[in-house]
Ligand binder design. Structure first.
Ligand code: CU
Length: 171
């Protein structure tokens, strides 16, 4: 079965961004969708202008244009990114991804390997190739507590995403 989704760098969910606490990251977002978009950094402490809420903290990124997000990673943890621009449609089309910020101090929460899972469901009619974006497929999944921060601006569809991290602890 092949389903046409929207995503990042040709994939949905988008690539996992990994960096270290204290690093400054720069993300170039070129909008190749048929409508405007943004990226919101779910649960992350970022300057207001980098928070990605279209029409509120920044202008929507028009079709064909590039916006550069640049901010320092203030805290370690596992986070999400997704649009806050027609988000019900764009997330239902697959636009979401994860950010793993490793602690600056490797002795903090020492792990051998960090696994990230992102799960979402799509309602695709048999024989079809597009998700039905009007279908609310949420409320069946849990949410990883490390991926949620009450400080972030959040959208209802976030409950459609189950985020979890697994850690292989050294003996
Ligand atoms: Cu969110």
């Amino acid at each position: 079965m092949t389903v046409n989704l929207w995503g990042y760098n040709g994939q949905a969910p988008g690539p996992t961004i990994e960096a270290v606490e204290g690093d400054k990251i720069r993300v170039f977002v070129t909008n190749k969708l048929p409508e405007h978009t943004t990226i919101h950094w779910h649960g992350m402490l970022v300057p207001n202008g980098m928070d990605g809420v279209g029409g509120l903290t920044q202008p929507h990124i028009p079709v064909g244009k590039t916006f550069i997000y640049e901010f320092q990673l203030k805290k370690s943890g596992t986070f999400m990114y997704h649009p806050h621009s027609d988000e019900m449609v764009q997330m239902a089309m697959g636009m979401m991804g994860m950010v793993v910020v490793h602690p600056r101090d490797p002795a903090l929460h020492r792990v051998n390997r960090d696994y990230v899972f992102i799960m979402s469901s799509y309602n695709v009619t048999p024989g079809g190739s597009l998700p039905n974006v009007a279908e609310m497929t949420d409320l069946t999944c849990g949410r990883g507590i490390r991926a949620y921060s009450p400080a972030s601006t959040c959208c209802r569809r976030d409950s459609a995403i189950a985020c979890a991290s697994g850690w292989a602890i050294s003996p």
